[in-house]
Ligand binder design. Sequence first.
Ligand code: 5GP
Length: 350
Amino acid sequence: MPHIDQNVKLDFKDVLIRPKRSTLRSRAEVDLNRSFPFRNSKMDYTGVPVMAANMDTVGTFQMAKALAEPEFNMFTCIHKHYTLQEWEQFDKSASDELYSHIAISGGTGDLDRLTEVIKSVPRLKYICLDVANGYSEHFIHFVEKVRRHFPDHTIIAGNVVTPEIVEELILKGADIIKVGIGPGSVCTTRVKTGIGYPQLSAVMECADAAHGLGGHIISDGGCTCPGDVAKAFGAGADFVMLGGMLAGHDQSDGQVIEKNGQKVKEFYGMSSKTAMEKHSGGVAEYRASEGKAVTVPYKGDVAVTARDILGGLRSTCTYVGAGKLKELSKRTTFIRVTQQENRVFSTGKE
Ligand code: 5GP
C-alpha cells in the first residue's frame, strides 16, 4: 500500500520569521561572513554563503568576478559549458582569492573534462557535482570516484531532499550537499513527474542530518525574494543558491532584447529545450524532466541586486538579534501563516 507521510511539510511561502528582542542598533553591525571547516576535504571556507547557480545564464565567469568583490564576498558555481581554453583564459586574469569563491561543475559524464581542467587550472578548489536525481546509485558511485581522484578538493554534490541520502553522500566523500528537487523558478520536475519536497522542510531535515556528520548543505532553488534567502538560512542552510534572482543582469549570459517595449534577457532551465538546443544535445540528460525558458526584465549590474539581497539578510538578523549570520538559525522561530505580504498595490516583488 502506498505510504502517506501525514506530517505537514512547508515551503518558504508558508512561514514568516518571528521578531525577537535585540541589542543590535543597526543592520550595519551584522556580519554575514561565515567560516566552515569541510569534513572530507579538510579545507576551510570563509565568505558570505550566498551562491550563484551553475546555470548557463547565471554561473558565468563575469558573475563570479562581480560577486566575489570584497563588498559581497559571495560564491559562484561556474556552469559546465566553458571549454578548457576559456578556463585557461579566465585563469590568467583571476586572483588567488577568486578561487575561494568559485566551483567548477559537472555531471556523471564529465570526469575526464573535470580532470583536464583541474590539471590546467590547479588553483580550483571546489567541484560541484550536479545531477537531476542524486538518488541514483550511479551518482553515488561517481561521487566516491571523484573523491578518490581529488582527495583535497571540496566536493559539492546533489540534488537530493531527504536525510538518509544526505548522510550517504557525505559518507561517500561529499562535503556540501545540494538540497532541492522541484522548487526552481524554471524547473518543471513537479509538473512533469509529481516528484518533489517542500523546500523549507527539506532544508531543515537535511541540515540536521548533514550537521550531525560534520557536513554542510546548500538550499538550492525556490528563493523569490531576499526574505526567502533569510528563511533558508533560518531553516539551517549553510549556503543558499540562487538562479532566477540573479538572472537578467549584465553579468548573466545572453543579449538584452526588446519585448513589448521592455528590455529583457533570456533565462532558462538547464534541461529546457533552449539549453539542449544551445549545447546540441550535450545537456539532454542533465535533468530528468524539462525546464522552462522565460524572459526576465533586464536588471543592470548584479551589484545592485547583491546589495539588496545582503541588505535584506542583515535586516533579518537585526530583527531576531543575530549579530552574525551564524546565529540566525539559532534565533529563528518560524510561524505558520496563511498570507505573506499585502498585495493590494502590487505583487509585492519589485
Ligand atoms: P531558482 O533560484 O531559479 O528558483 O532555482 C535555481 C535552481 O533550479 C538551480 O540551481 C537548479 O538546481 C534548478 N534547475 C535549473 N535548471 C533546471 C531545469 O531545467 N530543471 C530542473 N528540474 N531544475 C533546474
